[in-house]
Ligand binder design. Structure first.
Ligand code: SF4
Length: 480
């Protein structure tokens, strides 16, 4: 090859920087054979400017090219430019030629990256670390096959929006401070990541409960959870024992089949562990019912001890609106359902007045166990501490992930700060829609606050007006 004729293109190896360079090469009519792609991490990332020349290519190409740009091969950039050149030089329908070797290679790259990102979403496990500024950060170690950290980062930003976290990998690390943008740094060493923490036992407890010995399919399990990921999973140490015990547990389950009917809600004594375990095994894997049952065994903070049971959320899944309160009260603790006491009644009336139906909403709390102080025969509400809110955040995050609401209504300061950070103020921010991570948030007071302040009609009217903002937003989006 005549190397003098080559155009060396140095660029930061990310899709956006490649796009900018490719766009300029097309404008200059530089054919792919003359381009020498030279990724260089020391160069600045490039983003599209408003004056950039528009180049029209099929959406399928952009989607697959974005994924393929993360494939671990030095040839990927040249492949992308080859395809781009062909698409813009008379082969507009190139992406429909599945047998074309370059199109097939693009598709294979994109598939491999998407599989790798899927594994990352499933197998990243955060460990809590107390930072020197008195805060808590969640750190995970992961070893992807491809350069997928930036590609997968938006998922973790949405999923763990309320936590400060870092995902460390050998190639690149992603960091989130609870607001702003995810930022990236160079790759790290595994020694920089913690390998144990205070929530480790909760992961194991959850996994032990969702493991169904009657459905053990070792080959399928190994395909879904390849052994190379085991070393970073807290639950992996349980797997050999759980498999060994599977036959014995299945026999025991068959013998005790009738006892599974004993699961019930109500005051202590709490649900028998055996019945709970069986109910978990019977419920649909990964469903919200299974999460709710697994939360009954949570020992992630001390609140489980004096409470009757964990009170999980209630409502349709998915739902367009999710309401989040603080924690269950005395009535909710006994009934095992959220917002069933006097505050729940007031909430129902206010929702109806605002044109919202409780049956169509998902209602839950920031903290799942009732925190109280005994006084004689009464149990007086106590506000959960920040540690308790943090400890419980994994359950709420899992609910949000399942419910996928368009609007989250935070009832009271505990829910508002847990969702939107310390800077929110009810007096200043209530009744306004705040857009965060592709979702709308609305802050208002907790109905229990209205009861405590004497059911003031003007305050109740204001509460209804706040809820109406959410109802109107749904209408404007055409969502019923
Ligand atoms: S309050 Fe939350 S974190 Fe604490 S034990 Fe209950 S479910 Fe677990």
């Amino acid at each position: 090859m005549d190397t003098d004729a080559l155009t060396a293109v140095r660029f930061h190896p990310d899709f956006s920087s490649w796009q900018q360079r490719a766009r300029q090469l097309l404008v200059d009519e530089t054919p792919p054979q003359r381009v020498w792609w030279q990724p260089d991490h020391t160069r600045k990332r490039e983003t599209a400017s408003s004056s950039a020349t528009a180049i029209r290519v099929p959406k399928a190409f952009i989607t697959q090219a974005r994924a393929a740009s993360c494939y671990r091969s030095s040839e990927r950039w040249a492949l992308l430019y080859h395809l781009l050149w062909r698409l813009t030089h008379g082969e507009r329908h190139l992406m429909q030629l599945a047998g074309d070797p370059q199109v097939a290679r693009l598709r294979n790259y994109a598939k491999a990256v998407s599989r790798d990102a899927h594994k990352m979403k499933a197998f990243v496990r955060f460990r809590a670390v107390d930072t020197t500024d008195g805060d808590r950060r969640y750190i995970a170690w992961f070893e992807p096959d491809h350069f997928i950290v930036e590609y997968a980062a938006p998922f973790f930003q949405r999923r763990f929006a309320n936590m400060r976290w870092s995902i460390l990998t050998p190639d690149c690390c992603a960091h989130w401070e609870g607001s702003g943008k995810v930022w990236f740094s160079e790759g790290a060493d595994k020694a920089a990541a913690p390998d144990n923490d205070v929530v480790e036992d909760t992961w194991r407890c959850y996994y032990r409960h969702i493991f169904n010995p009657a459905r053990v399919k070792i080959q399928a399990m190994m395909a879904e959870m390849p052994q190379k990921y085991w070393k970073n999973l807290p639950e992996s140490r349980l797997i050999p024992t759980l498999i060994q015990e599977a036959d014995r547990r299945v026999a025991a389950m068959a013998k005790d089949a009738k006892s599974s009917e004993r699961l019930r809600c109500g005051p202590r004594p709490a649900t028998p562990a055996q019945a709970l375990s069986e109910a978990i095994q019977k419920s649909e894997s990964g469903s919200i019912q299974q999460l709710a049952l697994a939360a009954q065994s949570c020992r992630n903070c001390p609140l489980w001890q004096p409470a009757t049971q964990a009170v999980f959320g209630e409502g349709p899944v998915p739902a367009r609106i999710m309401l989040i309160g603080e924690q269950p009260g005395d009535n909710e603790d006994l009934a095992g359902k959220p917002f069933v006491g006097p505050a729940g009644e007031l909430l129902n009336r206010a929702l109806a007045a605002a044109g919202l139906s409780r049956q169509e909403l998902y209602i839950t709390n920031t903290v799942k166990h009732f925190k109280f102080r005994p006084q004689g025969r009464r149990r007086l509400h106590e506000r959960p501490s920040q540690e308790e809110i943090d400890a419980c955040s994994q359950w709420l995050a899992a609910e949000i992930e399942q419910v996928q609401p368009s609007i989250i209504i935070c009832l009271g300061m505990t829910a508002a700060r847990a969702q939107l950070g310390e800077n929110v103020q009810i007096a200043r921010d209530r009744g306004k829609l705040l857009a965060r991570q592709g979702r709308q948030y609305l802050i208002t007071v907790h109905p229990a606050h209205l009861l405590r302040s004497g059911n003031n009609p003007r305050e109740i009217q204001r509460f209804v007006a706040d809820l109406q903002v959410a109802a109107e937003k749904l209408n404007s989006l055409g969502i019923k």
